[in-house]
Design a protein around this ligand. Structure first.
Ligand SMILES: *Cc1c(COP(=O)(O)O)cnc(C)c1O
Length: 349
């Protein structure tokens, strides 16, 4: 048995939805994009939505919509992919990297407070692996937040969906995310001024030489897939939570550290992260049994130049392993993951 680390869940409805757009003759940004924006904003619960080409272009435009530019500082956690880092640099800003918290894999509130200066213009807050960050504490600093919900569509914080908690929020629909359009992203806000700026920057104006604009549009093919996937999103999330509870139950006696959360956070388990002292050996052993696991973050941002002290991020980086969890994973496959993991850990005793 070979169990991949991740696999998108595409069914006949998804294929039909894309086929229809292809046959219609209108494949670039049009009605299907509008429809997807409306439905997505409806699901998360904001007034406005702007669909774009990727999560990275979403962060870039979100930063620009808040007026972030040259000389400004953008705070972000170390333990995240390079996308927010790149987006801040593309906006002309300086990324300020801070450590993560003890309790989960999210940005640390106290470290954030210490890194705020008069140049801080935004804090990018990824809800890592589907678990909400401590947004209320972060909002108290008065620096605008950008919620990065690439891992966490549908997750809840104190009874509210993530993506509704800050002035702007961004999403990614890359192939292996919670739901997919192949490549794609979304920016949500309740502020009309921000929304207008985003719409303007998303496409270039053919009649002027305005260099403050980009071509970050989504296609109608992608949007049709997005709308079709959105219909199944509640089922995807239910399935992810079921698999996570199966793992947590069956691995509770093992020697690895399992994910934890607070009662007021409802994660969607984009990833199931375990911490193990012999992570690399464990990963190899699992691979030999056909269970593909990954390091959830391959280059933590504090290793950028010049390197920054982030002991917690470093600790997690050396031990974290993401085990297969995706809606298409069957219970039998999940049980095989559990058995392989248990057998592998026995070898190290
Ligand atoms: C995937 C991801 C992004 C970037 O999204 P792309 O669509 O790949 O550009 C940004 N932030 C986080 C936390 C992500 O997981």
């Amino acid at each position: 048995m070979i169990i991949p680390h991740s696999r998108p869940m595409i069914d006949a409805d998804d294929i039909e939805a894309v086929k229809e757009v292809l046959a219609s003759g209108h494949i670039a940004q049009g009605e299907r994009v509008r429809e997807f924006e409306t439905k997505f904003a409806g699901f998360v619960g904001t007034k406005y939505a702007t669909a774009v080409s990727s999560g990275t272009s979403a962060i870039h435009l979100a930063l620009k919509s808040l007026g972030v530019g040259r000389g400004d500082e953008v705070i972000m956690p170390s333990y995240v992919c390079s996308s927010p880092y790149m987006a801040a640099l593309h906006a002309g800003a300086l990324p300020r990297i801070v450590d993560i918290s003890d309790s989960d894999f999210n940005i640390d509130v106290r470290a954030t407070r210490r890194s705020i200066t008069s140049n801080s213009k935004a804090i990018i807050v990824p809800h890592m692996f589907g678990c909400p960050a401590d947004v209320d504490e972060l909002l108290e600093f008065g620096v605008p937040l950008i919620e990065d919900c690439a891992h966490s569509i549908g997750a809840e914080y104190k009874g509210k969906k993530v993506g509704t908690l800050a002035r702007v929020s961004v999403f990614s629909f890359y192939a292996t995310k919670i739901m997919t359009t192949g490549e794609g992203g979304m920016i949500l806000t309740n502020e009309p001024e921000i929304h207008d700026k985003l719409r303007e920057m998303r496409e270039y104006d053919g009649r002027s030489l305005d260099i403050t604009r980009y071509n970050y549009k989504m296609t109608d093919m992608e949007a049709a897939l997005g709308t079709s996937q959105l219909r199944k999103l509640p089922n995807f999330i239910t399935r992810r939570r079921h698999l996570a509870s199966l793992y947590s139950e069956r691995l509770s006696q093992s020697k690895v550290v399992l994910p934890t959360t607070s009662s007021y956070k409802k994660p969607v388990y984009y990833r199931y992260i375990i911490l193990a002292d012999q992570m690399e050996a464990l990963r190899t052993s699992l691979r030999n049994m056909g269970v593909m696991c990954e390091r959830p973050v391959s280059v933590p941002l504090h290793t950028s130049f010049p390197p920054i002290e982030c002991p917690k991020s470093n600790y997690v980086y050396q031990r974290a392993l993401s085990i297969p969890l995706f809606p298409a994973l069957t219970d039998d496959e999940a049980n095989y993951v559990i058995e392989s993991l248990t057998l592998s850990l026995k070898k190290f005793e």
